[in-house]
Design a protein around this ligand. Structure first.
Ligand SMILES: [Zn+2]
Length: 250
């Protein structure tokens, strides 16, 4: 692996709202670590976007070429892949990652992102929800993740990672934004996006799981008609997403 130069890491992975001097555009870098479950790391690779080929797609190409799903070579071995990305994936890459993991049931993939890409646009938000609902956790990087990335992928010359000003505050703000995005799902009746109230396990215990007007409680913007209490097929990933499944790493 060609380790990232220190300056590239600080500039590209920095989570400040605006890129600091010299104000160069921050691009997508994807650094991944591959290891068999309970085994040593077998690969560490850093990728960048290339013309019309996003770093995530290049990552998928690389892993596919290893044929990790070949039971003849690898038996029933489980593989864990951790990616550190400067920007969260776009919708197309999110879809590709989900399809890739679906085709490779023995791969456990998780992403750590420094920043959210076009987080104010619905399509990009949908991509994040799709990843989450498909069991590919996306976590916002904070000091421990930047440090891990620093030690594993940067030509650090033995120097410790130096957090930049307000790193943790920025990370917490970005994480709050991500959680808000993940709390939204589409209404099964009108398909409009509606926020869900945060899950409170204690209140779930006290309340019956099925109430008389469950849909009204969840989607107050869309009062039910008599027919809307008929069973509705759960929305497909394109129409709306169920909320998170269990993390494969928990
Ligand atoms: Zn992309």
């Amino acid at each position: 692996m060609n380790p990232l130069p220190k300056e590239v890491f600080y500039h590209q992975f920095g989570n400040q709202k605006r890129a600091p001097r010299p104000y160069h555009r921050r691009k997508t870098y994807l650094c991944y670590r591959l290891r068999p479950q309970d085994g040593p790391v077998t690969a560490r690779v850093c990728l960048q976007n290339k013309k019309k080929r996003h770093a995530e797609i290049r990552f998928i190409d690389k892993i596919r070429s290893l044929q990790l799903d070949s039971s003849q070579t690898f038996g029933s071995q489980i593989f864990e892949i951790t990616c550190y990305v400067t920007w969260s994936p776009c919708f197309t890459c999110a879809e590709e990652l989900v399809a890739f993991v679906r085709d490779h049931p023995r791969i456990r993939l998780r992403l750590f992102a420094s920043r959210l890409y076009f987080h104010w646009l619905g399509k990009y938000q949908e991509g994040l929800r799709l990843l989450h609902a498909s069991g590919i956790p996306v976590t916002i990087m904070n000091i421990p993740e930047f440090e891990n990335c620093w030690w594993e992928f940067v030509d650090n010359r033995g120097e410790p990672f130096q957090p930049w000003n307000k790193l943790e505050t920025s990370s917490e703000n970005i994480n709050r934004r991500l959680q808000k995005i993940l709390e939204v799902r589409s209404c099964p009746r009108c398909r409009r996006l509606a926020p869900l109230s945060p899950c409170d396990p204690s209140s779930q215990l006290q309340r019956p799981l099925v109430s008389v007007t469950p849909l009204l409680a969840l989607y107050p913007h869309c009062p039910p008609t008599p027919f809307s209490f008929l069973p509705t097929p759960f929305p497909s990933p394109q129409q709306g997403l169920p909320l998170p499944s269990l993390s494969p790493f928990s």
